[in-house]
Design a protein around this ligand. Structure first.
Ligand SMILES: Cc1ncc(COP(=O)(O)O)c(C=O)c1O
Length: 387
């Protein structure tokens, strides 16, 4: 193919930066190097055995065909009950569409809601796929920078208000936040609600890490006054149940939205993987979610403390994350991608550059290895002069 045969909208986006580092890490590992890989966005916990068992049962029962495009009724019922019982929401099964990962639910929702020239408000540090999704839909991301506010949204509500124009079509909210680990306050959610209602905006609320808050909770946006009809809630089983490779997520939204996003879905993917949907339905309705989450949270919280203390001892301040399993720390470099590549090659530590989240000058660390390995990672970074 010639370069000019590729579409301008695809030329306008880069590959997802976390995967650039993941690819480098696996290349170094192939060469026999011991790399402490803290770049990945998945918990280092095994999928719970009873969920694996449910997966085997689904395969044995022959659930290997296409399913209804929006998902098997059992999963749509399970997801609605899960969101209602655990997150205080009020969805019916017909409000749910199962997708291959929450990522596809985001992509399809953006396709359904964003027209050429529309503006979409995102908060920096922003998860690396939001802006490309907006660009691929023909829209433009408008950034509200939370880094001067310790990555919190509440102090930036005036900036959010200023960012809204007559072209604003959508706000994309993600809390708990990948990559900062912050959890937005109730007042921040109320601020978003007030502005969304005043300006009649749609909001995507990506709550995929909501189970993984260390202390207290956050509201679910769609449960707030005036929000049900204008909110798309994104969630899934990847993080909570360590099921990233199953590729099952879902959107919960008014049926006019699931109908429109469903058009994209039916043409793009037909449906989510059949046996994965069965396993996800089991996870959401029958697995012991409290026990799974408590176990993960205890481990991640200890690792978080170790990391924050070790950096503090070396004079580096890490904005203390309020949820599992990410944190960001500042670096002294004006090329954070190069810094991360060098850190992988020279110190043997995999990390993701802040520029992937539109926050240059920072690096994201995922707490997805043991306390011992996290200690060693910080040691290696210090020994090689990275911190
Ligand atoms: C903020 C955020 N939203 C959505 C997703 C999508 O996850 P999945 O497609 O595995 O459900 C991720 C995964 O890293 C994420 O970090």
């Amino acid at each position: 193919m010639n370069e000019d045969q590729f579409a301008a909208r695809v030329n306008a986006v880069e590959p997802a930066a976390p995967f650039v580092i993941t690819d480098l890490v696996s290349e170094l590992q192939e060469q026999g190097r011991d790399i402490i890989d803290l770049s990945v966005g998945q918990p280092d916990f095994e999928t719970p055995p009873d969920i694996l068992e449910a997966t085997h049962e689904a395969l044995d029962a022959g659930h290997t065909t296409y399913t209804p495009s929006n998902g098997i009724p059992k999963l749509r019922r399970a997801a609605a009950s899960y969101l209602n019982e655990r997150h205080g929401l009020d969805y019916e099964p017909e409000n749910i569409m199962a997708t291959p990962g929450g990522k596809m639910a985001l992509y399809e929702s953006v396709q359904a809601l964003v027209d050429d020239g529309d503006e979409v408000i995102v908060f920096d540090p922003v998860w690396s796929s939001y802006e490309p999704m907006v660009k691929l839909a023909g829209g433009e991301a408008v950034h509200v920078d939370l880094s001067p506010h310790g990555f919190h949204l509440e102090p930036a509500l005036d900036e959010l208000a200023e960012a809204i124009t007559e072209d604003t079509a959508l706000v994309m909210l993600n809390s708990p936040v990948n990559p900062s680990g912050m959890v937005f306050s109730e007042a921040a959610f109320e601020g978003v609600r007030d502005l969304a209602v005043d300006h009649d905006l749609a909001v995507i609320s990506d709550e995929i890490y909501k189970e993984l808050i260390f202390e207290g909770d956050q509201p679910s946006l769609a449960a707030m006054d005036g929000m049900f009809g204008r909110t798309v809630t994104i969630n899934g089983v990847s993080k909570t149940y360590s099921m990233t490779g199953y590729r099952v997520g879902f959107m919960a939204a008014p049926t006019d939205h699931t109908t429109m996003a469903g058009r994209v879905h039916s043409h793009a993917v037909s449906c989510a993987v059949n046996f994965s949907q069965h396993a996800a339905a089991y996870a959401l309705s029958e697995a012991d979610t409290d026990a799974i989450v408590d176990n993960m949270l205890g481990t991640f919280e200890r690792r978080k403390e170790v990391l924050v203390d070790l950096f503090a001892e070396r004079g580096v301040e890490v904005a203390e994350p309020e949820s599992a399993f990410y944190a960001m720390f500042p670096i002294d470099s004006d090329d954070d991608m190069q810094w991360c590549k060098d850190a992988a090659r020279e110190a043997g530590v995999g990390l993701v550059p802040g520029e992937a989240f539109n926050t240059p000058g920072y690096v994201r660390v995922s707490l997805v290895d043991t306390e011992e390995r996290i200690r060693e990672a910080v040691d290696r970074l210090a020994t090689e002069g990275f911190i």
